[in-house]
Ligand binder design. Structure first.
Ligand code: F6P
Length: 324
């Protein structure tokens, strides 16, 4: 092993820069050369490489987004695209690849690594925290803090006007962001894809709280929740059933993906970035470097991608109790 390349792919997340930095610096520390690839797999196909040394990643640990940029590449889903990517890697004498991203990124890596027999290590970077085999993904903690800060602000105005706010948060089909930010921000109810509460139970619960003296309320709705066709429909149902409440909707959107990474995410990204290069040096391939019970673990891509990560169901009970 003499030269590696690193890229970020899929939706960006705060802390990706810190992970790139750790990969680049552990490569140099271990006597390896390192290239960065722009725009994820798309840059592999379009031959967008840049040499990266330890000083090239200065002042990046604190920056959100990814300075290597990211993309969801359609070309890499085709055999021709992957062939081009491989040819470009070989032309630059790259022996192994580190990819930072979510499940789509790992799916691409798994196919590519088998097709061309090139060692690939994945680092979980997504705000969704939906990757099996790791307790945390890079960016999740920062996104949670962004959401809680936003909901705290919404609570101020909700309370002043005695309103009920539905706040939609990201997470794709995972409820981790909703459940944890909901508890952290003191939400009345939390709607997640993993547990179908049903509109009736929601309406009854809100009605009960209203009668018990609550004048304003926050309901956190995960974007993947199936309770209604969309959040506007849920808002309409509540408004019709509880005319005393004035119902408002806030969709937090991409604000959740930006911002300076939290210290937790910087440390996590540093550990996983160092771990990815260590794994390559130990001869591993086709695995994700994750973290479980504070320890670095190596997880086969198949396990990370194909098994749905379990939600901590105890949190649902905690939420029910603390919001009563
Ligand atoms: O996977 C991260 C994520 O932010 C999801 O929470 C969300 O569903 C999706 O990406 C949005 O993707 P895009 O930025 O491409 O619209």
């Amino acid at each position: 092993l003499t030269k590696i390349a690193v890229l970020t792919s899929g939706g960006d997340s705060p802390g990706m820069n810190a992970a790139i930095r750790a990969v680049v610096r552990n490569a140099a520390y271990s006597g390896l050369k390192c290239d960065g690839v722009y725009r994820g797999y798309q840059g592999l196909i379009e031959n967008e490489f840049i040499e990266l040394g330890p000083r090239d990643v200065k002042n990046t640990i604190n920056r959100g987004g990814t300075f290597l940029k990211s993309a969801r590449s359609k070309g890499f889903m085709t055999k021709e695209g992957r062939q081009k990517a491989y040819d470009n890697l070989m032309a630059r004498d790259v022996d192994a690849l580190v990819v930072i991203g979510g499940d789509g990124t790992f799916k691409g890596a798994s196919i590519f690594s088998k097709e061309f027999d090139i060692p690939i290590i994945g680092i979980p970077g997504t705000i969704d925290n939906d990757i099996n085999g790791t307790d945390y993904t890079i960016g999740y903690d920062t996104a949670l803090n962004t959401v809680v800060e936003a909901i705290d602000k919404i609570r101020d105005t909700a309370s002043s006007h005695d309103r009920l706010f539905l706040v939609e948060v990201m997470g794709r089909d995972a409820g981790d962001i909703a459940l944890n930010s909901g508890i952290g921000a003191g939400a009345e109810e939390i709607l997640i894809p993993e547990e179908d509460m049903g509109i009736e139970r929601l309406l009854e619960s809100l009605d009960k709280s209203r009668k018990a003296g609550k004048t304003s309320s926050i309901v956190v709705v995960s974007e993947g929740d199936q309770i209604g066709k969309n959040i506007a429909e849920v808002a309409d149902s509540i408004q019709t059933r509880l005319p005393d409440y004035e119902v408002k909707v806030t969709v937090l959107g991409h604000i959740q993906r930006g911002g300076s990474p939290s210290c937790f995410d910087r440390v996590l990204a540093s550990r996983l970035g160092v771990g990815a290069v260590d794994a390559l040096l130990e001869g591993y391939s086709n695995i994700m470097v994750g973290i479980e019970h504070k320890k670095i673990v190596y997880v086969p891509f198949e396990t990370a991608i194909n098994i749905k990560k379990e939600l901590d169901k105890d949190l649902i009970r905690v939420s029910d109790i603390v919001s009563s």
